[in-house]
Design a protein around this ligand. Structure first.
Ligand SMILES: C[S@@+](CC[C@H](N)C(=O)[O-])C[C@H]1O[C@@H](n2cnc3c(N)ncnc32)[C@H](O)[C@@H]1O
Length: 355
């Protein structure tokens, strides 16, 4: 397809799009492929009222095939360019790393961003895990992804709280619905290599996302949009994508009176920090404390030409059940090796390499 070739060229140049997915491209893969345009208009108008005005009813739009098909027709087609815009800001090395990892799409809806990622790279990630509390959305995501990529290695789940340290954990317009604290807990649990989110660009949500950013920076570096991982000086920071769509999609957005060509968003990409000190063997010399999230020990280890005693914090999220039991019963005098992730005052937060 010509569109695909254009995309390959653009990946090399690092500028993706414009992206044109028509209603007819996705229609065979909708849960209701026979839905008339006039019905789509009716359902989309109803849903957009809920998004903007009736926040208490926000969950209703995910309940039946017609609403979900209508959602996909307008929002899947017009949200995908946001991901392409975001990814165009990354280096080819990071892009290749991202597409080589399991992609966990939280609040996947009709499969918007799992499809968007796969279309951009013309292949699916090695594993796609679509997570949505709505079974109907998951059915739509499965039909959509398998429709475009029949060989996709896909799991659909209504909840996800597994450790997947090798994964890319992605949130697309779902943090708002899930809640920031649950999202933060989920990230700690999954402990992914990358965290990516694309959320509405409102100032209210930015206040929450800024808190999430601060929490993430203990273990992650921000790759986009910030120039560094230092403190954020802004009360409100967002991006605005100006784009165009296939004529069929533009027609639908005109019929529902929604501007989908100017798209404000809050989009961030984080990557797990590399260790900042060389790894070395240390001897446990004293148990300090155990908290809900960590163990702390005093250890003796060799650094900068001398043996030193320091307090190390070992976060439990890096341990499986057996590992946690091991540390509960750990003896003074035992050895561990680690790399230092962060120095917090006198304390070193460490990533265990062996124990
Ligand atoms: C606005 S839609 C976004 C869909 C898609 N990611 C997109 O951007 O086009 C939000 C999705 O999050 C899902 N959702 C809401 N709360 C959730 C939760 N606690 N866990 C998983 N999914 C949730 C909803 O069912 C809905 O499909």
């Amino acid at each position: 397809m010509e569109r695909d070739n254009l995309y390959s060229d653009n990946i090399v140049k690092g500028a993706f799009g414009p992206f044109f997915l028509s209603i007819e491209d996705i229609r065979p893969h909708l849960l209701n492929p026979d839905l008339k345009e006039s019905d789509m208009v009716h359902f989309i108008k109803e849903m957009s009222m809920k998004f903007t005005k009736k926040r208490d009813q926000i969950g209703d739009y995910v309940l039946d095939d017609d609403h979900v098909s209508s959602y996909a027709a307008l929002y899947l087609t017009t949200n995908i360019p946001k991901l392409h815009f975001l990814l165009s800001k990354l280096s080819p090395d990071v892009l290749n790393d991202i597409i080589s990892r399991p992609f966990v799409d939280i609040g996947c809806g009709p499969g918007t961003f799992s499809l968007g990622l796969s279309l951009l790279f013309e292949k699916t990630p090695p594993e796609v895990i679509c997570v949505d509390s709505s079974r109907v959305m998951l059915n739509q995501a499965e039909k959509m992804l398998k429709g475009f990529f029949s060989g996709v290695n896909l799991k659909t789940l209504q909840r996800f709280s597994e450790k997947r340290a090798d994964s890319v954990l992605f949130y697309g317009h779902s943090i708002n619905e899930i809640g920031i604290q649950k999202v933060q807990d989920q990230i700690m649990m999954v402990d992914p290599e990358y965290v990516i989110f694309i959320e509405p660009g409102t100032s209210e949500l930015f206040t929450e996302l800024k808190k999430l950013r601060e929490a993430l920076l203990d273990s992650y570096d921000v790759l986009y949009p910030c120039p560094s991982s230092a403190a954020c000086p802004n009360d409100w920071c967002h991006q605005v994508l100006r784009t165009s769509h296939d004529l069929s999609v533009e027609r639908l957005s005109q019929l529902v009176s929604l501007d989908r060509k100017i798209l404000p968003m809050s989009a961030h990409i984080y990557k797990r920090k590399a260790g900042i000190a060389p790894s070395g063997e240390a001897t446990i010399i004293r148990f300090i404390t155990e908290t809900k999230f960590s163990f702390e020990y005093e250890v003796c280890f060799f650094e900068e030409g001398q043996n030193k005693n320091v307090i190390v914090e070992i976060q439990k999220k890096q341990l499986d059940k057996k590992g946690e039991k091991h540390f509960k019963n750990l003896n003074v005098g035992e050895k561990i090796t680690f790399s230092v992730e962060k120095v917090i005052g006198e304390k070193y937060r460490v990533k265990l390499l062996s124990f």
